[in-house]
Ligand binder design. Structure first.
Ligand SMILES: [Zn+2]
Length: 277
């Protein structure tokens, strides 16, 4: 599932390729993916793309005429730039064609857990999926994070996954961050010391930054690709995620897999000990 590093990699790729381009036409192949504003798509032709932004795990593509395309990639969503003449990949739901550009932009999502909203800039402010988001995981300050976590009485891993708490983290990067900060995934948030919370905040930041540099993670199941159809490389740097039964790089103990808040969770039982009572 694309988390903020994958969405950020896609955002950067789109920004490089389509920023400033004028749309010539759009094709909607599966209208049910567009949860609101389908009628606004008629206004897309002749509009230029003015910005490509990321809000949590959402892509926000802004056009002239105060139009915005908000895309959540769900489990298996991709944004692919393909030559105009190439056939559309299976499960392509939306295609944007440009004037003076040899490629078309295809929104593709085989499992259809993602969604698209088309809104005006005024509507963007009221869009529920964006309104409910917490601060971005890359933007947390020490004071803010300390106060936020201690105010909650929840296990830390599900709390990190809660997009209304902080936006952008998913299963992979929360496990990697908790490992780096040496915190057990079931640890109760209000029992964490300020020093541990600061380690966690920095671990989240470093993990996300390194993952962006590596172009995101492509795991074998729901393979993520960037806009050029290339795989990410951060899966080669994963410390715990997907490594059940393999040795911890730090202490040599076997990495364990448990279920926390209904999600598969990987951790090192020695480096991330259970909280002492
Ligand atoms: Zn270890």
């Amino acid at each position: 599932m694309p988390e903020s590093p994958e969405v950020e990699t896609i955002r950067r790729g789109l920004e490089r390729a389509v920023l400033g381009l004028k749309i010539s036409k759009t094709e909607v192949l599966f209208p049910a993916m567009i949860k609101s504003g389908l009628n606004l798509i008629r206004r897309f032709p002749r509009k230029r793309i003015t910005s490509v932004e990321r809000v949590g795990k959402h892509l926000v593509i802004k056009l002239e005429g105060k139009l915005c395309l908000v895309i959540h990639l769900g489990m298996s969503g991709k944004m692919l730039l393909l030559p105009k003449s190439s056939p559309l990949p299976k499960h392509t739901h939306l295609v944007i064609h440009f004037r003076e550009f040899a490629e078309k932009l295809c929104h593709n999502d085989p499992r259809r857990f993602g969604y698209v909203h088309i809104v005006t800039s005024d509507g963007l402010r009221d869009l529920n999926c964006l309104l409910k988001l917490g601060p971005d995981a890359t933007q947390l300050t020490k004071k803010m994070f300390d106060r936020m976590v201690k105010a909650r009485h929840r296990m830390i891993k599900p709390l990190l996954l809660d997009q209304s708490f902080i936006a952008g983290l998913g299963n992979i990067y929360s496990d990697e961050s908790l490992y780096k900060a040496k915190i057990h995934p079931r640890r109760l948030s209000h029992t964490l010391r300020s020093s541990q919370l600061d380690s966690l905040r920095l671990a989240i930041r470093t993990t996300l930054r390194q993952a962006i540099v590596a172009g995101g993670s492509s795991l074998n199941d729901e393979t993520y690709l960037n806009v050029d159809g290339e795989l990410g490389r951060f899966q080669l740097q994963l410390r715990v995620y997907g490594r059940e039964g393999e040795r911890c790089f730090h202490c040599g103990r076997k990495i364990r897999k448990i279920i926390v808040g209904s999600r598969s969770t990987y951790f090192c039982p020695r480096c991330q000990p259970v909280q002492k009572r």
